[in-house]
Design a binder for this molecule. Structure first.
Ligand code: PEP
Ligand code: MG
Length: 735
């Protein structure tokens, strides 16, 4: 491998050496091209004239079968194997024994390596087959590193560079063109062969012990134990880490000459290749777990970790990630996000939306097919992802991107126009925010204010609890940036899917229904009082709008208001100027409030509907669970009826009403909201342009008439989506 040879000479040398060491008459290497053909790239023993001429299709012959199944074939009577096909140009019919192994990298077949002997009855023992697979792995690295460039014939390309397209779910609109950054990058194993087997075995044993210990530790940590999902995965990890078959295969690979890390890589690659084609979701999920576990073990062995995103134009590819992890990246460098999991209301997606990053989720298999630096396109409008796109696709999307930029330009020109419907109804469009990075959007988007400031984001991105001073500083910076535009601060909404590592409590079976938000805040009033004080201090002399999340019972509002009064007393006693005006509101995101709307509103200055959670609880559909995301249709008739009842109550009680869930930012559902009578909505900043474009072409009264008629029809139970689309199309409304 280290001899300075031209690529072909190097391959010739490799097959020659293998033949010599394995005492076989033939050794051949076939490389998989992007057109699904395996081409003979080098041979020792077969007709040398057939190199680059002999070829087999994927699935054809013994070699094609190995490539298609990603499994070795070890035969003592090859000609009588049902898959055998004879390639006359190679003159191979006289060879009876045959051992062929797939050339695998990250579970992907790049070619096939074969040895053959004339003597029937010779068997290649298991160790020899294992060693041979290891050699194939070295060749795989060589192919992946571009070592065969220049050998492909004109017009042909290797499979490694083949374009692949995936169909995912569109989670955040926009088009991202860039290069792959693997969020948890596969660890690169550079030292392959061990010098001393025993040393490597003990390195492996030690790393396995540490791995097991760290899993046990994680399971003991209460913050991890809190979340059912994590716990289940870790329990599986614990079992896998003890799996004797796995450990035995790892040890075998080391005994065959690999370093401990190369052994982990090899065993993982074999397993992935064998399981990749299985569609059983349970098995696929376990495969992911095994991948994660193998990666952890690799990191343990190599001592690597951390995220590197030095690529400009990065498209981050991950199985899943937390909101905080996304924020580790440099915002200006991220062009897109591709997740194997993820749903529209997962927090990472909400944060991505706030940052204007296009996202495709549910993109199965994308992590293992991507290599760092591969070119990639994410289409957040359709959910499609194109990996290593051919030039035509690339050009198509570049055009789309340009078209979108022009459309953005048009939205910008709408920015200073009033948000008025065709029939003269004014709609208040506000934006959602939660971090300092969001603030420039206030001016850019033309939002009338911040309708929801998620204060928990500051807590979620910090590794320790933000102190009172930090909180106050953030709130003051937000108010300063907003100038005379109103800002509605929502008090800490943690628990459920928003866990803070430093604020943990016992495990919960149903965290979404558990100890969270106001329940936690009122139980631990120190936390809420600190926050209220920071909010009141930051808004001294200005308007202060405070909103409570996840209210389920009116006593919570009374208790929270009492805390505010106490803090106000405290501040005035110490000579602080109080806010010029104080408005107190609540989020309506639990259905229990729907049946006490009048008393709820009587005690408040404003109400804002958190439709993400309200829908979740209304239909018992977990907002972050991809398996049920298909059931998350917030245009369903019963849900719209519920929203309508809130509009009516707000009019009855003269209380300001808004809605700040994700549905406010989708033009079609925003249209429905206006039809129901909403006059204020708050959304992620990039949605303001499209929503304004929709409403400035909408006749609100006409829609309202038709929509109310639909909801009044007691027989109607399904979704109003089709009706709304039809209405938009009939009136040429962009949605
Ligand atoms: C909601 O539930 O709709 C909402 C706006 O709050 P969050 O998404 O932060 O839970
Ligand atoms: Mg909510």
């Amino acid at each position: 491998m280290i001899e300075p040879l031209e690529p072909q000479a190097r391959l010739d040398q490799i097959v020659k050496l293998i033949a010599k060491h394995m005492e076989t008459e033939v050794c051949s290497l076939y490389v998989l091209r992007s057109d699904g053909v395996l081409e003979l790239y080098a041979t020792e023993g077969l007709n040398p004239g057939s190199v680059h001429l002999a070829q087999l299709k994927l699935g054809e012959g013994l070699v094609g079968t190995i490539a298609a199944t990603a499994r070795p074939l070890n035969l003592s009577d090859a000609q009588n194997h049902p898959a055998f096909t004879y390639l006359p140009e190679t003159g191979e019919e006289i060879y009876a024994t045959f051992l062929g192994v797939p050339v695998l990298r990250a579970g992907r077949t790049l070619g096939v390596l074969v040895v053959q002997n004339k003597a029937a009855g010779r068997v290649y023992p298991e160790e020899e087959s294992e060693a041979f697979e290891t050699v194939a792995m070295v060749i795989a690295e060589m192919i992946a590193a571009g070592g065969l460039e220049g050998l492909t014939r004109p017009g042909a390309t290797l499979d490694l560079t083949r374009p692949v397209s995936f169909e995912g779910e569109p989670l955040c609109d926009g088009i991202g063109i860039g290069r792959v950054v693997l969020h948890e990058p596969r660890v690169v194993v550079s030292s392959l062969f061990n010098e001393d087997v025993e040393t490597e075995v003990s390195r492996l044993t030690e790393a396995l012990a540490i791995l097991r210990e760290s899993i046990a530790d994680m399971l003991d940590r209460r913050d991890v134990a809190d979340e059912g999902e994590h716990r289940a995965v870790l329990e599986t990890y614990r079992k896998f880490a003890q799996d004797r078959g796995w450990v035995r295969r790892l040890e075998e690979a080391v005994r065959n000459g690999l370093t401990a890390e190369a052994a982990v890589e090899k065993v993982q690659s074999d397993m992935r290749a064998r399981m990749m084609h299985l569609t059983d979701p349970y098995i696929r999920e376990r495969l992911h777990d095994f991948d994660d576990l193998a990666n952890r073990l690799l990191r343990q062995l190599i001592g690597q970790g951390g995220v590197s995103a030095d690529i400009a134009d990065a498209v981050v590819v991950a199985r899943n990630m937390g909101a905080a992890e996304l924020l580790d990246y440099h915002r200006g460098q991220i062009r897109g996000l591709v997740l194997e999991e993820g749903a529209a209301t997962s927090h990472v997606v909400i944060v991505a939306r706030a940052l204007g990053i296009p996202v495709a989720g549910q993109v199965k298999g994308v992590v293992s097919r991507s290599e760092k630096g591969d070119s990639i396109i994410v289409d957040g409008e359709s959910g499609d992802v194109h990996l290593r796109p051919p030039p035509e696709v690339h050009d198509l999307f570049s055009d789309k991107l340009r078209f979108r930029a022009e459309r953005q330009q048009r939205y910008r020109s709408l920015r200073d126009q009033p948000a008025r419907t065709v029939d003269g109804t004014m709609i208040g469009l506000q934006m959602n925010a939660g971090l300092l990075v969001d603030l420039p959007q206030l001016a850019e988007s033309g939002a009338e204010g911040i309708g929801l400031f998620r204060t928990e984001l500051q807590f979620m991105v910090a590794s320790t609890m933000p102190r009172a001073g930090d909180q106050e500083r953030l709130y003051r910076a937000v108010l300063d940036a907003a100038g005379d535009k109103p800002v509605t601060f929502r008090t800490l909404d943690v628990g459920g899917d928003k866990l803070l590592p430093y604020l943990s409590h016992g495990p919960e079976e149903n965290p979404a229904l558990g100890y969270r938000a106001m329940r936690l805040a009122l139980d631990r009033p120190g936390l809420l009082r600190t926050q209220l004080r920071a909010l009141l201090k930051a808004s001294s002399g200005r308007e202060s709008r405070i909103m409570f999340p996840m209210v389920t019972d009116l006593f919570e509002i009374r208790a929270a208001r009492a805390l505010i009064d106490r803090e106000l007393d405290h501040l005035t006693r110490f000579g602080y100027e109080p806010p010029k005006k104080l408005s107190i509101g609540a989020m309506l995101e639990v259905p229990s409030l729907l049946y006490q709307l009048d008393p709820l509103m009587a005690g408040l200055d404003f109400v804002s509907i958190g439709s993400n959670d309200l829908f979740q609880f209304f239909f018992a559909v977990d907002r972050g669970n991809a398996n049920v995301s298909g059931r998350y249709d917030d245009l369903s008739v019963p849900f719209l009826r519920a929203l309508r009842s809130v509009v009516a109550a707000s009019e009855r009680n003269g209380v300001h009403l808004s809605l700040c869930g994700e549905m406010a930012g989708r033009p079609l559902s925003a249209m429905a909201l206006i039809g129901l009578g909403f006059r204020n909505i708050s959304m992620a900043p990039p949605s303001i342009g499209p929503v304004k474009a929709m409403l400035t072409t909408l006749d609100a009264a006409a829609l309202s008439g038709e929509l109310h008629a639909l909801l009044d029809d007691g027989e109607e139970t399904g979704s109003a989506r089709a009706f709304l689309k039809d209405f938009a199309e009939r009136h040429a409304i962009p949605y």
